[in-house]
Design a protein around this ligand. Sequence first.
Ligand SMILES: Cc1ncc(COP(=O)(O)O)c(C=O)c1O
Length: 381
Amino acid sequence: MEGIYLDHAATTYLAPEVLQAMLPYFTELYGNAESVHFQGKKAKIAIDSAREEIAKHLNCKSSEIIFTSGGTESNNLAIFGTAYANKGRGRHLVTSKIEHSSVTNCFKELEKKGFEVTWLEVDNEGFISLGDLKKALRKDTMLVSIMYANNEIGTILPVKEIGEICKEQNIPFHTDACQAAGALSLDTQDLNLTLLTLNASKIYGPKGIGALYIKTGHEIKPTQFGGSHERNIRAGTHNVPGIVGLAKALQLAQENREKENARLIALRNKLITGLTTMIPECTLNGPKNLRLPNNVNISIRAVHSADSVLQLDELGIYASPGSACKAGSSQPSHVLEAINLPRNLRHTAIRLTLGHKTTEEDIDYVLQNVPPLIEKMRKCA
Ligand SMILES: Cc1ncc(COP(=O)(O)O)c(C=O)c1O
């Protein structure tokens, strides 16, 4: 049984067009892009054209795109690369309390190495205050890193406004756009970005491939060493099928996002309204508006997240107890803590994230089956 997959924020399936674009680079076109013969040239042409395609959607130069192994590596490269290359500027950095662990843990590591980090608070919907940001900025601030959209509660952060503030003070600004890339504009000029993290696995592309936009003139110290690939910033043989897949996935996501957003918002709102009205003491986490079109995160009083997710699995509904990276961990979500959700509700949160294959019938199935399931679970508890 295929089931109803509602975990698109963890990862997506491959779009058929993406698979088709990638296939030749697994089979007849297998060259190393550094080789000078026919096979190498074909690989290089594919990489160059993928870079052009991505640059088009980011409204930047193709030379400003660096390919990596995914969101985690891009975030590490943006943060450590900036911190280590710009020591002369200072030792102060700014981030928020709701970033993905691949950002949060970089800053914790920098703190251990003597850098000073300001961790901006968020309100109970996950928004930072622009006033707090302005107050946090100093002459020696070398980087601000604030995510574009949150992976757990779907909050869309005011990236354009943050970018304007940073630009006024000439402070580099990085955003992690892994969750945003399928739904929002990635225009790096309009958003005033210095660095942007992207991955393919959330936008119906392959896993294990990502990119980092680095504005011309911004200095980055490499974090891994080897050959001269990617302008000496990221060594290692190119993942040609992955790069081709990322470009195709981004093209489809950006070209179709307005139509797909409208469809998803209608389904998401139906699901939120249905669950929060049909299940007593069931509340939405995160904002009603300025929320990713595909994100639903609810707390169900007195029903532990892990139990809900297991029982939903039995019904063929695949959800997540929080972010996928948290699954299997007994640690409460740092995001739910940051939005000041009462302690008893943090362990009862589940995330349902919709995607291309989600239909109205799927939502109806969830609404027919989940409320009675929760009632039964509460009775048995
Ligand atoms: C917001 C965000 N940033 C970064 C990542 C890490 O990306 P990757 O799995 O490609 O390393 C994820 C993945 O869950 C994410 O949701």
